[in-house]
Design a protein. Structure first.
Length: 163
């Protein structure tokens, strides 16, 4: 839950809902409308605002704002629609249950440079737990982590992750 709430995707939704971009003053060299750096500017500004609230009013005021946003915007729906970071969940699970980190290895690359397909496997304590493929290494690793989590029984019915 924490990794979802602090993710850029979630924070951008939060910043957009409160129209934070209307209150940000930028230098002439930054074109906010073209989107270059827009998300990081929004998330950094939101974090700065929440930090200011925390410093001025304490954790309770800050929590009130964040929880209010989550409640008004049905956090459960946002979480379900969020792109799940399976690598993070696998890392947390392996640290908790195996006291180690998973290791990822690119086992194969296929295709032309502009249409490559990557194949990655994830091992825990030297044992293969999942394989995945994707258009880039990040996607392949996410798919491998998903299959490892599935093998470890980390999902309930409906593909919710068991905490």
């Amino acid at each position: 839950m924490k990794s979802i709430i602090i993710s850029q995707q979630f924070l951008v939704k939060f910043a957009s809902k409160i129209t934070l971009e209307n209150y940000i003053t930028l230098g002439k060299s930054v074109n906010f409308k073209k989107g270059r750096g827009k998300f990081s500017i929004l998330t950094d500004s939101l974090e700065a605002c929440l930090g200011a609230v925390y410093l001025d009013g304490g954790i309770h005021h800050c929590q009130k704002i964040v929880f209010g946003f989550m409640e008004k915007n049905k956090i459960e729906t946002l979480v379900k629609n969020h792109i799940v970071d399976y690598k993070t969940f696998l890392q947390e699970l392996t640290q908790r249950d195996f006291q180690c980190l998973p290791s990822y290895k690119t086992v194969k690359e296929e295709g032309l440079d502009h249409q490559k397909m990557f194949f990655i496997e994830v091992n825990i304590r030297g044992l293969l737990y999942g394989t995945g493929s994707g258009k880039n290494k990040k996607e392949a690793a996410q798919n491998a982590a998903y299959h490892a989590l599935k093998k470890l029984g980390a999902f309930k019915e409906g593909c919710d992750i068991v905490s």
